[in-house]
Design a protein around this ligand. Structure first.
Ligand SMILES: Cc1ncc(COP(=O)(O)O)c(C=O)c1O
Length: 358
């Protein structure tokens, strides 16, 4: 079977599994089930006339509002068409140079690097040591790299690299003229881990953000990049004109100002993660050390049976995310989104059934 590149495609998965009639709950996309915020629809309707004019090419208002909210200067902020555009702009910045990518990680870093002819060195982390970075190997190799791509919090594991390790890499990067591109697409789910304050100290740090995940707006296409003024100026010169649509640009600061939505989300996540952990410990499932809204799952008693587990879940109405296209996993786990309490309960009931059968 040719597995799709990304999650969140239930119709395609049904076709591939020859089960078009099957009802499924989509646990394969890692979006916030509490979103989008209730006011979003009215706000988009109220602002619809923005579609009748070209957006401000510099997105002056939203850029300065986002910069203010992040505590940086507006010259250090670039609005992008989703986190995906930010990834491709970052790869373009290092066109033809030498990159490192730490796996398992979101597949678009590799695709973007290939697109811009970067020579890529892969580094692997694994379940054996809870996906810790191979620090010695990275520090040894950093002088040979122009850029290291990291996903923090990581997709697909949900693991957050300790800040001390990031600082160590940034320090050595300063010395070796190596940049760190750190994708923080999921950091809104663990805001205390944001690396924005480090931008002041480290001109070799480039941070990528997405509003897709936290606010459940994959169709709007909204993200941003934060880096030194010099880097942002060069990135801007690569960006297509009017890359971000006027509605997305108008909505960005309003989303980030909705602190109550963010608080509610963190409360829900904390509660659901605790329930899932207790279940997995009791029933002998591996659950990655996640801090965000998804996790890797494997049956500890039948680690080689992940594909059967995936199929079993699907047949019982749960679509998980395969991990065949994550280097270092190659299908060994499934990635599962954390959804509403009711939906998570359904998943746990099915996992119990699986355990009773085995
Ligand atoms: C780690 C990571 N970064 C970036 C993106 C892209 O997000 P966006 O929808 O903002 O382009 C994704 C989407 O799955 C992701 O998982």
């Amino acid at each position: 079977m040719k597995w799709p590149e990304h999650g969140g495609q239930p119709d395609l998965m049904k076709q591939l599994l020859h089960a078009e009639e099957q009802e499924v709950l989509d646990f394969s996309a890692n979006l916030n089930p509490l979103g989008p915020p209730e006011w979003l629809r009215d706000e988009l309707e109220a602002q619809w006339k923005k579609l009748l004019c070209y957006p401000d090419p510099d997105y002056t208002y939203s850029t300065s509002a986002l910069a203010w909210l992040e505590g940086i200067r507006e010259e250090e902020m670039l609005l992008t068409n989703g986190g995906a555009e930010a990834i491709f702009l970052a790869a373009k910045f290092f066109e033809g140079k030498r990159a490192g990518v730490v796996h398992p990680a979101f597949s678009e870093y590799e695709r973007a690097c290939r697109h811009y002819h970067l020579v890529v060195t892969d580094f692997l982390t694994s379940t054996v040591d809870d996906f810790r970075l191979p620090m010695n190997q990275l520090l040894d190799t950093l002088p040979e790299l122009d850029v290291l791509f990291l996903c923090r919090p990581n997709n697909p594991t949900g693991v957050v690299i300790p800040k001390a390790e990031i600082k160590m890499l940034l320090e050595q990067g300063l010395h070796d003229h190596t940049f760190l591109v750190i994708d923080e697409a999921f950091v809104d789910f663990v805001p205390s881990e944001s690396l924005t304050p480090l931008l002041k100290e480290y001109p070799n740090l480039i941070l990528l953000r997405s509003l897709t995940k936290m606010y459940t707006i994959p169709g709007l296409r909204l993200g941003y990049m934060m880096a030194s003024e010099t880097v942002i100026n060069e990135m801007k010169s690569f960006q297509l004109p009017w890359s971000v649509n006027a509605l997305a640009s108008a909505i960005a600061p309003i989303l980030l100002k909705d602190k109550e939505f963010a608080r509610q989300t963190l409360r829900w996540l904390d509660e659901q993660t605790r329930i899932l952990r207790t279940f997995s410990e009791k029933n002998d499932f591996y659950l990655s050390n996640t801090s965000v809204n998804f996790y890797l799952l494997q049956d500890n008693r039948n680690p080689e049976k992940t594909e059967s587990l995936f199929t079993f879940l699907f047949q019982h109405g749960i679509l998980a995310r395969h991990t065949y296209n994550f280097k270092g996993l190659e299908g060994s786990h499934v990635r599962v989104a954390i959804r509403s309490e009711e939906e998570n309960d359904q998943l746990l009931a099915i996992l119990k059934k699986w355990r009773e059968q085995k």
